[in-house]
Write a protein that binds this ligand. Sequence first.
Ligand code: ADP
Ligand code: MG
Length: 237
Amino acid sequence: NLSVDAYRRQHEITISEKNAPPPFMSFPSTGFPAEILREVQKAGFTAPTPIQAQSWPLAMRNRDIVAIAKTGSGKTLGYILPGFMHIKRFSNNPQKGPTVLILSPTRELATQIQDEAEKFGNSSRILSTCLYGGAPKGPQIRDIQNGVDIVVATPGRLNDILEMGKISFCQVSYLVLDEADRMLDMGFEPQIRKIVKEIPARRQTLMFTATWPKEVRKIASDLLSNPVQVNIGNSDE
Ligand code: ADP
Ligand code: MG
């Protein structure tokens, strides 16, 4: 398909698989529900960014994904909006624990991600909370107990709450490792591995990263299952 090839060339999209689904070059072509399309329109976005366009059809086919694209390229919605679709399809009882778990390196980034989850997910009645260090655990644990679909967390605090037995991962089936390179740089690998050990193997795992050094490749090969890799630009490899 010429227009697909032209789009990928224009936006420097490379994919590790020949028969990958075509990118969603417009918002209507995503098939997202009306309440999500309305939020996107309210935000003033005219078209998906390249990483969104190519990650969404893969994520919606339940593929494990490694997405490599530089900062500012729209990676957050790249995993959040398919996460909403996943919640709608595999809707569980949020009281028993989250369906979507997003790991992020810092409190600031985790908060930004949860803000996006709220902004775009409120009208879909998606509930989320954010867990990070340097703040009391009590209110965070109460939020979990009240029931949420999405938990955004830094690995350190989440591992603490896990060891206290205050969160269950039995319903997690969509796991995101955001800024994987930075999480490893910050020394979070042991906590990440402890957390992922408690998540059911029957899950979809998505890794978003700005760079693709060998430490990140190693953890990807350990934690993801037959992932498809999407690169934007020459961001490593
Ligand atoms: P990254 O995680 O790749 O660094 P972000 O997800 O933080 O990037 O997005 C960067 C900015 O782009 C944010 O302000 C976000 O709201 C905006 N953005 C996301 N998707 C789109 C889009 N499709 N069109 C225009 N702006 C977008
Ligand atoms: Mg980001």
